[in-house]
Design a binder for this molecule. Structure first.
Ligand SMILES: Nc1nc2c(ncn2[C@@H]2O[C@H](COP(=O)(O)OP(=O)(O)OP(=O)(O)O)[C@@H](O)[C@H]2O)c(=O)[nH]1
Ligand SMILES: [Mg+2]
Length: 700
């Protein structure tokens, strides 16, 4: 692979997005082959495609990582970014869309618009990105171009306009009709021949061309006039109107294709080059000055100062980190010094690379508008801006989605435990939608991500990249204990047989305080029933017992403990004796007062299509939720708000996905603690006892 350097006007950065399994990777492979970038067309089935090169991708036969595939066509470099369709990896789509000027949405010829088509579409809308739609896999049984176009129109409106039509259907799909030139391009033995439009398709092609002309005319007032006067448009006006319409987001051209059979693929290449904006075509990139937040514009040319955005980081145990970047202005040179404006750090740059899948080619420079990679940056992460110290700029960051699901992760062996922390840290650097934290109370390491598959893949990656074996389990719920009423009891720790004895006696009263008040210790010893020096000892013993819990091993909260009496011995009393007395006294008093478990309650907001609202509410009710409101969003969706016990929604991300076919999303935040209902409490207490016995029998 030897790629020339291109001016930004001759670069197209294009994210290939869509629902899982619609043929994105196969189409990218066909585009690469057709443009002569590779000399063998790989297959997803064989694990030989350029962009699904990761062992996990090869094994699972779907894309997990966004990867880069540059092609050269018609004097232009097109940087294709193949992205995953599976919703757990939406972070990769978000990162890719952030650095592109155009989008290729791939839709399956049989299924039409699917859930992840809509999600990717909405993400592209966030950046107002011009896009093309490719209806792929049209050679399959029951594939139907017209019907797929209809699903697009139903969902996204009349901006959807075919620019090519298919010739033949299913296994007979043989080529495409160009609606500009009104010629048929038929693939025969791997070669494209140009023919007349077959008679049976002439009328359909004529009608589709009319529609295209109308759409092009409507994109520009001066064209509308011409069109109304003459009833048509010249070829130049048609082309000009179409380009303007696409770049303004008023027209979304649709092309028929088969990636694996390489039908309609030349046409996709030409459409990207001709219709989508260039790397300079959307003007200056916006950023801010890192110190005073003033707006800074980065012009897409060679002359201005250098600025690049890191949009993806790959952790590699051998090579170290590999950072993918997009240059916005100026040129990025190998063996240079740059400034990371996001972290106020200098970075030494070694060798820069141009990537194609896993192939890396050393590049002395990466110019404005282009995409490349660099290894071993010391302080730079995804979303950071690299620039020069004298022209510092922070480009707007990448809005990655928040993780939706958490699991506890445990090392399988001691050796794994030693390596796990560092390895997890490296993975979190690589993937902004994956976070790790140690929960000191639950004594668990908790990982969060976009879905169960995401976390499973992270566990696989730990094994493969770092040799760390782990198990994933639902995280523990941070229950609490508290007292129901008021009670008094005495704690006695007295041992006086031979030698120096132990002597500590204390009388305690416990009573509940308002929810959220925590713990309060009151000293009401008068007349030296316990000497001053031992009162902190009693408190220490009480606190220790509180932390360990009494009913089911969860910390006690929201109670007042009053020390009101006690006894001591001149010789045998000690700090430790009073600590033990305090702990015993607390146990006795709280047991007498009656103990109850508290559970964390979450505020949850579930965003779903209106027609699924009933199912969502039914499901939440079965999870002991209290629905607090429903808000129609005007776009046919609704937000259902509720309070729900945390223990009931540990796997809500997966549950919601299967309930809504992937359309639903939710956020959850901690609200408060509440007593658990008796039947739930009994189960938790029994469970805690069982675990304690197990632990004790293991120790014995
Ligand atoms: N018949 C036929 N099969 C295709 C075509 N394109 C892709 N396939 C098959 O469809 C399956 C999915 O193709 P991929 O290219 O992996 O689809 P993808 O959109 O990249 O999938 P994800 O990365 O998982 O989102 C594979 O088995 C391909 O061989 C096509 O044009 N015709
Ligand atoms: Mg793929």
């Amino acid at each position: 692979m030897v790629l020339k350097r291109y001016a930004p006007e001759h670069i197209r950065n294009v994210a290939v997005v869509g629902h899982g399994g619609t043929g994105k990777t196969s189409l990218v492979e066909a585009l690469l082959f057709q443009a002569g970038a590779i000399d063998r067309q790989g297959r997803v089935e064989d694990g030989t495609t350029t962009t699904d090169f990761d062992p996990e991708e090869i094994r699972r036969k779907h894309t997990i990582n966004a990867s880069l595939a540059p092609v050269e066509w018609d004097g232009t470099k097109v940087n294709l970014l193949d992205t995953p369709g599976y919703p757990d990896f939406i972070g990769e789509v978000v990162g890719a869309l952030r650095v592109c000027e155009g989008v290729l949405v791939v839709v399956d010829g049989r299924a039409g618009v699917e859930v992840q088509t809509e999600q990717a579409w909405a993400r592209a809308d966030e950046h107002d990105l011009p896009r093309l739609v490719v209806i792929s896999r049209l050679d399959r049984e029951n594939a139907d171009f017209d019907q797929a176009v209809e699903t697009l129109r139903t969902r996204f409106g009349s901006r959807i306009v075919p620019v090519y039509l298919p010739v033949g259907t299913e296994a007979g799909f043989a080529g495409v009709i160009n609606l500009f030139t009104m010629t048929a391009h038929i693939l025969k033995d791997g070669k494209e021949t140009v023919e007349e439009v077959p008679g049976a398709l002439r009328q359909a092609a004529h009608d589709a061309r009319e529609e295209l002309i109308e759409a092009a005319a409507e994109s520009d007032d001066s064209l509308v006039e011409k069109y109304l006067e003459s009833g048509s448009l010249t070829d130049d006006d048609l082309r000009g109107g179409l380009i303007a319409g696409v770049r303004a987001g008023k027209i979304i051209p649709v092309l028929p294709a088969s990636g694996t059979k390489r039908i309609g693929v030349n046409q996709v290449l030409a459409a990207m080059v001709e219709l989508l904006p260039s790397a300079a075509g959307r003007g200056a990139a916006r950023g801010t000055h890192p110190r005073n937040d003033a707006e800074v514009l980065v012009e897409p040319g060679d002359r201005g100062p250098f600025a690049a955005l890191v949009f993806k980081t790959m952790a590699d145990p051998y090579v170290g980190r590999l950072s993918y970047f997009r240059v916005y202005g100026g040129a990025f040179a190998s063996d240079s010094q740059v400034y990371n404006a996001s972290r106020d750090k200098s970075e030494r740059i070694g060798q820069l690379f141009i990537l194609r899948g896993k192939h890396q080619e050393a590049a002395p420079q990466v110019g404005p508008g282009d995409i490349g990679a660099v290894a071993k940056l010391a302080d730079t992460g995804t979303g950071d801006t690299l620039c020069t110290k004298d022209a510092p700029v922070k480009l707007s960051p990448i809005a990655f989605p928040q993780p939706a699901i958490s699991m506890a992760i445990e090392p399988k062996s001691k050796a794994d435990e030693d390596k796990m922390g560092n390895a997890l840290h490296r993975l979190a650097e690589e993937d902004p939608t994956f976070t790790v934290r140690r929960d000191p109370e639950l004594k668990q390491t908790v990982v969060s991500g976009m879905g169960e598959s995401h976390l499973e893949i992270m566990a696989d990656r730990l094994r493969r990249k770092f040799g760390v074996d782990v198990v994933l389990a639902p995280p523990r719920v941070p229950y609490r204990e508290t007292v129901r009423g008021k009670a008094q009891a005495q704690g006695r720790h007295v041992k006086q047989s031979g030698g120096r004895g132990q002597y500590g006696v204390c009388s305690l009263e416990v009573e509940p305080t308002p929810r959220g008040a925590g713990f309060e210790f009151v000293d009401k010893i008068y007349g030296g029933a316990i000497p001053n020096q031992y009162i902190p000892s009693v408190e220490k013993g009480v606190r220790k017992a509180l932390e360990e819990g009494i009913l089911a091993g969860y910390p006690l909260v929201d109670l007042r403990v009053t020390l009101f009496d006690g006894k001591y011995h001149d010789v045998d009393s000690s700090d430790i004796a009073f600590q033990l007395a305090g702990a015993l006294g607390l146990k006795e008093a709280t047991t007498k007062a009656g103990l109850v478990l508290l559970e964390p309650i979450l505020d949850i907001a579930v965003h779903v299509p209106e027609e699924q609202m009933g199912d969502i509410i039914g499901d939440l009710n079965s999870k002991r939720a209290r629905i607090s409101g429903m808000e129609a969003q005007g776009d046919g969706s609704t937000i259902v708000r509720a309070q729900v016990p945390q223990g009931e929604v540990l796997r809500y991300a997966s549950g919601l996905r299967s309930l809504t076919g992937g359309r639903g999303t939710f956020t959850a935040t901690f609200s408060h603690y509440e007593p658990v209902p008796a039947h739930v409490g009994d189960r938790l207490v029994a469970e805690a006892r069982r675990q304690k016995e197990e632990a004790e029998s293991q120790r014995a």
